[in-house]
Design a protein around this ligand. Structure first.
Ligand code: NAD
Ligand code: GLY
Length: 372
């Protein structure tokens, strides 16, 4: 086992460590350090379990835990209340009491579902995150957002619920398909755009190594990403304001995911296209210059990501979904835009006409007035 970096998320009594390293999964001591009680339920899916369940189970059993498992169907389409109910049924049928620990082993989908189930089972049981995708290591496993999708909107049902620890084992990325690695890189690039121009520059230098799965470079990217995320969450755990900057590109991206059907565009892909739309609108506002567009385009493309929305999506479709985004209050769409490379703003005072210029132009049968 090599722990390359340990980082603390400082939230008072809800504080927890993030371990970033290699070959961490089978480490009894690391897991048991953060698990009280005598039993654990590992929640994983049909792709990840055959690869990584065994070492986790063995580690837990060696630590003296009764270790139970539930294997979900893979895919964003399973991120539903019905799946949460399946986990709750399993916990009850197998007599897990309030001292049990739910261990999420998988990507962001497994982590979000398992975390939400942990938050409501008997009003909340311990929860541990073992993220196995780059996206979940740099974003979804940290910060306590848990939940599921509703047919009318992404992540519309959920809770803030912090894990006891996050174990990010870089060795799990070996088996991650390149398309999924790229999706994770979208969230990594996001941190550069919203907060850290120096990190963005570092990414421009290192992107080829990242795409080539270089472990040390990936671990460094995970560390810097988690540092930014942890600091933002520490300042605004429940998204009263600042935390919304982590959603650069997400309002556009969630519309893409919802309209295309969950799972057809990967979350990171939709965020990448959404970030370019946010960059476009920020340029139209006169807040940033064209160089941010060309640098972002180049970096996202080199990461293997889409840089524009699906061709068949209309402005009307975007606006319909964006209006029920969680950041929207009273139907007014809040967007995360850029004032500079490395400086995000939460904005409702952008020009509506400019937003329409950013959205696809051919909303068949619609005039601009119809769209607001
Ligand atoms: P995912 O969980 O669907 O994982 C992607 C694919 O990779 C799946 O098929 C999965 O089975 C597979 N996989 C996972 N680990 C693997 C491994 N090591 N080797 C091989 N295959 C592996 O998707 P994701 O990108 O990890 O997460 C996306 C989800 O996260 C979305 O639902 C999104 O809304 C959510 N999210 C949540 C937050 C948050 O703060 N809670 C933040 C960002 C994204
Ligand atoms: N991924 C956005 C957040 O955690 O707030």
């Amino acid at each position: 086992m090599t722990i390359m970096h340990t980082l603390n998320v400082d939230l008072g009594e809800r504080s927890y460590p993030i371990y970033i390293g290699s070959d961490l999964l089978g480490q009894t001591e690391l897991l048991t350090r953060h698990i009280a009680g005598k039993s654990a339920l590992v929640v994983s899916n049909s792709t990840v379990a055959p690869l990584y369940l065994e070492p986790v189970k063995t580690a837990l059993e060696s630590g003296g835990f009764d270790c139970d498992e539930i294997i979900l169907q893979d895919g964003e389409a399973s991120k539903t209340l019905a799946t949460v109910e399946q986990i709750l049924d399993h916990l009850l049928r197998n007599r897990h009491d309030r001292s049990t620990t739910v261990v999420a082993l998988g990507g962001g989908v497994v982590g979000d579902i398992a975390g939400f189930a942990a938050s409501i089972y008997q009003r909340g049981v311990n929860f541990v995150q073992i993220p196995t995708t780059l996206l979940s290591q740099v974003d979804s496993s940290v910060g306590g957002k848990t939940g599921v999708n509703h047919p009318l909107g992404k992540n519309m049902i959920g809770a803030f619920y912090q894990p006891r620890c996050v174990i990010a084992d870089m060795a799990t990325l070996d088996s991650l398909p390149p398309r999924e690695l790229a999706a994770g890189l979208a969230e990594v690039i996001k941190y550069g755009l919203i907060h850290d121009a120096e990190f963005f520059e570092w990414l421009e230098q290192k992107i080829d190594r990242l795409v080539a799965y270089d472990v040390d470079t990936l671990a460094q990217a995970v560390l810097v990403s988690c540092q930014t995320k942890a600091r933002v969450v520490e300042l605004d755990e429940r998204e009263g304001g600042l935390r919304a900057i982590l959603n650069l590109g997400h309002t556009f991206g969630h519309a893409i995911e919802t309209v295309q059907g969950y799972g057809n565009w990967l979350h990171g892909e939709a965020v990448a296209a959404g970030m370019m739309m946010a960059v476009d609108l920020s340029i139209r506002q006169g807040w940033i210059d064209e160089s941010v567009r060309s640098r972002s385009l180049s970096l996202l493309r080199r990461a293997g990501l889409p840089v524009s929305p699906p061709q068949d999506m209309t402005a009307e479709q975007f606006l319909e979904v964006m209006a029920i985004d969680k950041k929207s209050i009273g139907g007014s769409i809040t967007l995360i835009l850029l004032r500079a490379l490395g400086e995000a703003v939460i904005s409702t005072d952008y020009d509506r006409g400019k937003l329409l210029e950013t959205l696809p132009h051919e909303a068949v049968g619609q005039t601009r007035d119809d769209l607001f």
